[in-house]
Design a protein around this ligand. Sequence first.
Ligand code: AMP
Ligand code: ZN
Length: 492
Amino acid sequence: MNSNLTVYNSLKGEKEVFQPILPGHVGMYVCGPTVYSNVHLGNCRTFISFDLIYRYLTHLGYKVRYVRNITDAGHLENDADEGEDRIAKKARLESIEPMEVVQRYTVDFRDTMAKFNALPPSIEPTATGHIVEQIELIKEILDQGYAYEVNGSVYFDVIKFNKDTLYGKLSGRRIEDLIHNTRALEGQSDKKNPQDFALWKKAEPVHIMRWPSPWSDGFPGWHLECTAMSRKYLGNQFDIHGGGMDLKFPHHECEIAQAESIDKTPPVNYWLHANMLTLNGKKMAKSTGNNILPGEMFSGENTLFSRSFSPMVVRFFFLQAHYRSIVDLSEAALEASGKGYQRLVEALDNLDTIDFSKTTTGFDLLQWKERCYEAMNDDFNSPLLIAHLFDAVKFINAVVNEKSSINKEDLENLKQSLNVFFYDVLGLKKPETKNQTKNQSTLEGTLSLLLELRNKARLTKDFETSDLIREELLKLNVQINDTAEGSSFKIN
Ligand code: AMP
Ligand code: ZN
């Protein structure tokens, strides 16, 4: 186990040596998406940042329990305590069930993350699957005297919590400034103070996502789900909590208040926050329309860029910046990343064709490897790691051009290390080879032809042939689906 890892703890505002609570084990919670629309590239950047962190911790030998939730209830418009639930609103606009909205965008999220080669978390719990736990948590906070009920809703008493402990530790906001800056909004008159936040909201008659509770038929406040699920799966105190910078306040600040009001100790040892992806210098966001979807990027069907970029080039582009730096998305920067990624891939291919010599000249492998680990151990500095990988690329090219040489042992070591950093740590993949793409299109063409022959057989009522095609294809894991619109195949 490598004990030299330092991480930047947002709570302390400085880097600290990473020491997990249970040696060899890491509990990590990352706030997941609110599944009311497709994730945009900004969301993806944050999840890829934590994928890098998860991968590196795992590579170091830690047994990581990585929990990333799905927010499928309670997140109201404008992150506020009043207004419509984002998922219910989408369901209303499209005349479908809220759970259809949730299903559609959860599937989209998982597909997108898989395209980016992001590993799935160990547990992916949903807010609606943990209503009971959230109700129990509210009871505990009420018992401790840090919450109050008004007209069927329950609110967290921020002023009382601030007196006894301190509210604003993570975001550095002082309660005095918050009091000064928050106006009591219309409809918030139930709260004792405008800074208080909802733990449970009584549902208006039109609110369709509702559950029974001791206080009313209603729904949990957005901040509560993460406290309930992190406690359930990682315990009252765990190692890492992550999310985008914009979640520091109020979301994470409220999570700290909820947990500390019960336990009187900080719930999280290291708070890690990933910085924002911007477009035209402004934060990429769903609400402003200043965003681009991953699908639009991969297909090239967008008005922003003149060509498409593959998931691996986009991932590489993200990793070329430190997770705590702001990144602006531009075609020129993506082009440059595409070239860099290609150079790296070519060097990996060249490594397989290189002949070894008696001696290594022009490269100190041990020192190079150390520098790579130093980079990652310094708060997951992937851009520095990538710069070191390019030093290796230069050396490989020099060996190819017979300007340097490498001995057998170094060649094996270099291959092994480059593979570890490229595939395991950075989570990159080589592009599909021309042969793979060709094979794929041959397979799809053949299957389409078989479908056509089967359709002809069905038209002439030759069911023996049509059934034979279907059954034989099924044995090869190809499933045919017949619908009113026609037939299609799926390779399982
Ligand atoms: P949401 O679905 O809006 O709750 O966001 C999911 C995650 O994406 C959160 O961790 C946000 O902090 C993060 N996020 C939102 N916008 C951006 C952005 N422009 N760049 C990077 N991360 C973002
Ligand atoms: Zn959260």
